[in-house]
Design a protein around this ligand. Structure first.
Ligand code: NAD
Ligand code: TYD
Length: 354
């Protein structure tokens, strides 16, 4: 059986990617490489537990020996690299893990992939791909009237998270130019959807709303993010993997720029409809708290290259995606409890409280 090697496949986007990929009965198998940090949860993969096309390996991407064994054993035709430390607030309070996984880990994976790739012959060598999944945060903060960021915008990362992702993007680029490794990079905006760990804005607000806790909005709530439903990100990754031009970077975005307050209002309004409180609105729980240090004001992505070259467009609007997401969290509260009770440090969410 032919395989692809996916890193971070027990995380939010990686887990959704694995489910999305294996939903196609004729898809290649997946070797799922994940360290299972606090953010990794094998329960995301329950639906494919008995699927023989899915092989799970609890492995750190910094562990070169184990990576070499996995490449030698499964001979993947591609790598889809999603493993990362991903939460900006955590990167502010403990940047070390971000440097280790996002920079050293990506370097180690690139080295293992290169060592394997040079042993391939002819067609297998030409067909091999290394798809690096990155973020729009590497481009830094935009002003309110700046045009959306295109692929040619200069890098200007402002948090330890985005700086570590920027470094990994540069390494991937260098491996293409120096060694000819057939790489592709995507830079995506904020994702949302099922299995999102409840330390990020949308799942945190839903979880806090339902448990009667405050909804902590940083600063004035006017920071802008572009939101993309996670399945749309997965379909973009499939397209880029299948048909992207080697060495190119592709922006992925949802054309959904919203202030954080708009997002929180929309969540409260949906919950008011779907799970009304005995009295009042969920909006009553909103609490403005101290701002995140160095908080980027606006991210906005220009995803026209991906549409022009590969015909990709998001299938969900913000309204349809958010409804699906809220409904999923209402139907899967045991998943949220499990994810949070295992390792979730509340100190991270609450530390900007005024
Ligand atoms: P996540 O934090 O939910 O999941 C990360 C996964 O990586 C977890 O399963 C974790 O166990 C695993 N992991 C962490 N360190 C590892 C290591 N050293 N070795 C092996 N596995 C390790 O992250 P996510 O939100 O799913 O993001 C996935 C990727 O997409 C990241 O590279 C992130 O930078 C990028 N991205 C995320 C967003 C977003 O909105 N979440 C947007 C654009 C890009
Ligand atoms: P987050 O989901 O952490 O993603 P990112 O920082 O990678 O964009 O945060 C999204 C936005 O929501 C960001 O501007 C910070 C803000 N935010 C809050 O206002 N309150 C919160 O409790 C969290 C987690 C985030």
């Amino acid at each position: 059986m032919s395989h692809i090697l996916v890193t971070g496949g027990a995380g939010f986007i990686g887990g959704n990617f694995v489910l999305n990929w294996l939903a196609n009965p004729s898809a290649d198998g997946i070797v799922n490489v994940d360290k299972l940090t606090y953010a990794g949860n094998r329960k995301i993969l329950d639906a494919v537990e008995h699927d023989l096309r899915h092989v799970f390996s609890q492995t750190d991407i910094c562990d070169r020996t184990s990576l070499d064994c996995l490449f030698a054993q499964y001979k993947p035709r591609a790598v889809v690299h999603l493993a990362a430390e991903s939460h900006v607030d955590r990167s502010i309070h403990g940047p070390g893990e971000f440097i280790q996984t996002n920079i050293v880990g990506t370097f180690t994976l690139l080295e293992a992939a290169r060592a394997y790739w040079v042993t391939l012959d002819g067609e297998a060598k030409a067909a091999f791909r290394f798809l690096h999944v990155s973020t729009d945060e590497v481009f830094g903060s935009l002003g309110p009237t700046d045009p959306q960021t295109s692929e040619t915008a200069p890098y200007a990362p402002n948090s330890p998270y985005s700086a570590s992702k920027a470094a990994s993007d540069h390494l991937v680029r260098a491996y293409f130019h120096t060694y000819g490794l057939p790489v592709l990079t995507t830079n995506c905006s904020n994702n949302y959807g099922p299995y999102h760990f409840p330390e990020k804005l949308i799942p945190l607000m839903i979880a806090n709303a339902l448990s009667g806790k405050p909804l902590p909005v940083y600063g004035d709530g006017q920071n802008v993010r572009d939101w993309l439903y996670v399945d749309d990100h997965c379909s973009a990754l499939r397209e880029v993997l299948a048909r992207g031009r080697l060495g190119e970077t592709y922006n992925v975005g949802g054309w959904n720029e919203k202030t954080n307050l708009e997002v929180v209002y929309a969540l409260c309004d949906l919950l008011d409809q779907l799970r009304p409180k005995a009295a009042g609105s969920y909006r009553d729980q909103i609490a403005f708290v101290k701002d995140r240090p160095g908080h980027d004001r606006r991210y906005a992505i220009d995803a026209r290259k991906l549409e022009r070259e590969l015909g990709w467009k998001p299938a969900e609007t913000f309204e349809t995606g958010l409804l699906k997401t809220v409904q999923w969290y209402l139907d899967n509260q045991t998943w949220v409890l499990d994810a949070t009770s295992r390792q979730f440090g509340n100190q991270v969410v609450n530390q900007y409280a005024a």
